[in-house]
Design a protein around this ligand. Structure first.
Ligand code: UDP
Length: 483
């Protein structure tokens, strides 16, 4: 509820725009906000084609924000006619699937043409709920946000998740959509009220490759530390049917050539070749795939390579594994390998570290931020199988050091990367954005108190901040924001 001089704005007497309070009749005290994730369905099964970090990020952030007192509507495209239109995750957080194009899977490179329809459908909800703040995810959602901004006074925040400027550097054939994507990525950085970079490295990349204009704040990705935490390794191995003496190297993620699984397999091949006794060597590759789609082709290619290198008896393709069982895999592993060619953040790194598993990762993007080389694992040049093999061997052959890495990995995640902490930082950012918006918008000298979101669980001091300031205009107003 928003009050001016002690009066609710809902009585319509103040002249301030209605966008700053929720119009939901069932939950009047919560501020409704919208998260948009065009293709990363927050309610989808994770670990399959095009369902990875973005889905997890939006879902976890959405749910955590709802616990901090916001009313969160997460919008995505309906990619399966059988999926329900609305999935209620808790009373204050839901996924809403908008009909935009055929209700079937459409690869990202062919999705943009349906975005105008997505905007149209979203506007229906916007007209009803008056979201004053929209947090978009990925460039196509950012385009949707920019379109909505043309007709509504909204605070626009964007997280990239992936950057065309980086992606197209690495691919030989740029798709037809490339120029549009690059233009939107520039426009959103310059025109959004804030860009959330998930690592300082991503922020630098945005500055050097996209634009020097626009406001960026670094707020990392997180992980569910109540789910991902260390459990006894021996128990995890028994549950997964792994031998206690196995040397287990784990990959978790999508089958996509840019994830670099080939580098991992080749590194394992050379470790096997150099080993006096390789019988205990085990590769576990976790990730879903569909034989009719591009991830199925990549899995087939990796399987062929595994066979060629004589690793078939040493390799388990575990398929897609849900977050309920993934902690067992991380814990059971001696080392988690993240061989990506590029990674804006890389959730798998912090999930593995949260379970106390050392990480050998490519020295790229957000991995340079989350993994502290020699402290929580090792960073090596991407696509360098020799460097990966050497790093993995160092961890496998030095149990005492590995134990230290395990302990520090776990601590680092708990201190820096919990979803609750991440959501508290986002919540604080949203409040600042809304407060700024009201300040720049109002010309009256009223006292404004935003008494939302009510917050039983919120603990972070940052998100309980009170902003009190006086506008410098002739008819200045003092604005106080309380949670
Ligand atoms: N994931 C999963 N099951 C799988 C494979 C992956 O739940 O079988 C999850 C993984 O736990 C992580 C996400 O998918 O949360 C991958 O995120 P990341 O940022 O590492 O990579 P992206 O998919 O965004 O490239």
């Amino acid at each position: 509820m928003v009050f001016v001089n002690g009066k609710s704005l809902n009585d319509g007497s103040t002249g301030l725009r209605s966008t700053f309070f929720t119009s939901r009749s069932n939950t009047p005290s919560r501020q409704a906000i919208a998260l948009i994730s065009d293709h990363g369905d927050p309610a989808a099964e994770i670990g399959k084609e095009e369902a990875g970090g973005q889905n997890v990020y939006v879902r976890q952030v959405g749910e955590a924000l709802s616990k901090l007192g916001w009313q969160v509507d997460m919008f995505t495209r309906k990619a399966n006619a059988d999926d329900p239109t609305i999935v209620q995750h808790n009373p204050y957080c839901r996924t809403i699937r908008l009909s935009a194009g055929p209700e079937e899977f459409i690869p990202r490179d062919r999705l943009f043409e349906y975005m105008p329809q997505f905007v149209e459908e979203f506007q229906k909800y916007q007209a009803k709920h008056h979201y004053p703040l929209i947090h978009t995810n990925y460039w196509m959602s950012a385009w949707v946000g920019l379109e909505v901004q043309k007709t509504h006074n909204v605070q626009l925040i964007n997280t990239y998740h992936s950057l065309g400027a980086v992606k197209y550097e690495a691919v030989p054939d740029r798709p037809a959509i490339a120029d549009t994507r690059l233009a939107v990525e520039k426009a959103i950085l310059e025109q959004a009220h804030c860009t959330v970079a998930t690592s300082p490295q991503e922020a630098e990349m945005l500055r050097s490759l996209v634009s020097s204009l626009g406001h960026i704040e670094v707020i990392p990705c997180g992980t569910d530390v109540s789910r991902f935490h260390a459990i006894p390794k021996a128990d995890a191995r028994i549950q997964l049917g792994l031998n206690p003496t196995d040397e287990v190297m784990l990959y978790v993620g999508r089958f996509d050539p840019r994830k670099g699984i080939e580098t991992f397999v080749r590194a394992a091949g050379s470790i096997k070749q150099n080993a006096v006794d390789a019988s205990n060597l085990r590769l576990v590759i976790v990730g879903g795939s569909d034989p009719t789609k591009s991830d199925g082709q990549e899995r087939q290619r990796i399987e062929q390579l595994v066979n060629q290198l004589g690793l078939a008896d040493h390799t388990t393709f575990a398929g897609r594994v849900g977050h309920d069982l993934l902690p067992l895999y991380y814990t059971a592993a001696d080392v988690c390998v993240i061989p990506s060619h590029y990674e804006p953040f890389g959730l798998v790194a912090i999930e593995a570290m949260a379970c106390g598993t050392p990480v050998v990762a490519s020295n790229v993007g957000g991995l340079k931020f989350s993994v502290v080389s020699e402290e929580t694992g090792l960073l090596v040049p991407p696509q360098n199988e020799v460097a990966f093999a050497t790093a993995i061997e160092r961890i496998l052959t030095d149990e005492l050091w590995a134990r230290k890495l395990r302990k520090r990995a776990c601590e680092r995640v708990q201190q820096n990367f919990s979803w609750t902490g991440v959501a508290a930082q986002l919540s604080d950012l949203y409040r600042r954005m809304l407060a700024q918006s009201i300040m720049s918008d109002s010309s009256s000298s009223n006292q404004l108190v935003i008494s939302a979101p009510p917050n039983p669980d919120e603990t972070a001091a940052s998100s309980r901040k009170t902003i009190s300031t006086t506008a410098t205009t002739a008819s200045s107003k003092s604005l106080t924001k309380v949670s």
